[in-house]
Design a protein. Sequence first.
Length: 202
Amino acid sequence: MAFPELFGDAFFLTIRKKVYEEARKSHPKRWQKKENEFFRRRMVKSKTKKETKRETKKAACAFSYDAIKKDEEINLLIERGNQVLGELGFTEHSIKHAAKVAQEAARILNELGYSAHEIELSRIAGYMHDIGNSINRNDHAHTGGIMAYQILKERKMPLSDAILVATAIGQHDEATGTAVDAVSAALILADKTDVRRNRVRN
């Protein structure tokens, strides 16, 4: 029979506890210092785990539709594009238009039974689809797709999702693009259904 089996685990736990207590009595200051260091490390480790969870949650939310709508850089690009198109005599392409397209693209995919993930990506693509107008109206879809990919990658969106959104934006102009998947199809349809009269500018 092995030595641990002869005495059992309880025996060794009792011995360890007695040795520990005797050591604490013999060198109280030294053991107090070790205990303080042990609990300090436990607290730091616990705090680090909480911070990691908080950072992970923040990163996960950085590319949600709600976060995209509040993103200063994206909104500035949309408004700048709207100003450029106003000078060129085009209809309104403001944040209202972006939100309308996002809402309609999501509605289309929802009614067709697509996943919540695809619906969310269609919202993001719908909201960002005209950011390329801030650079130039010509090829704005291609420019916007490249810009959107870079922005979403910086926001830590999974690369496959960022590419899908960029593709949809790059394909949304009927002059050079076409529907290549569900998100791009929903974006094209949603963009063409925003026919509000007040979009027309004098």
